[in-house]
Design a protein around this ligand. Sequence first.
Ligand code: GRF
Length: 192
Amino acid sequence: MEEYPGKKNTAVFISGRGSNLKSLIKYSKTRRSLINIVLVISNNPQAKGLEYAKKSKIKTVFINYLNKRSFENHSLKLLKSYRVDLICLAGFMKILSSNFIKKFSKIILNIHPSLLPKYKGLNTHFKAIKNKDKYSGATVHIVDEKLDSGQIILQKKVKILKSDTEKTLEKKVLKIEHKIYPKAINELLTSY
Ligand code: GRF
């Protein structure tokens, strides 16, 4: 992997498709990027996102999620040995314990497909359509001990049309996710 000195060593946690990971990898290779992705951790060996990381010669590790404790302890060891300064959760479908958050002690970010604090948890597009909301969107926030509740770094709206289905809304929101995750990282790290 190509190294960019002076940038934050970043680990991305994924569980599946990995389209946000792909956008983060793309961003990390640009001149304005403030991160080096040094590690991708997945609890799912079939996660498609692992392929993107491998293509970019980023170290990938599958950690079997036998239980929270073993998964987190293994992750913490890796994070230490790769001197990780920032974790980006990108479609990571497990909830990190407060013990993990305390022990890591640096920033953990997450991207969530709704306008938080609305619709924490799963099925956000279904909920937005069912409630006849006019807008949905995506949020990048700091991970704290409560689910989808930490400080919001960046949020962007999309309009929900009458013709939208869960699928079309997911597609629209995902498109903005890919834009705001890199942007949020840049804003956060330049404010340091
Ligand atoms: C995204 O919608 C993200 O906001 C949510 O999970 C989905 C992951 O998609 N946390 P991908 O794996 O990045 O394609």
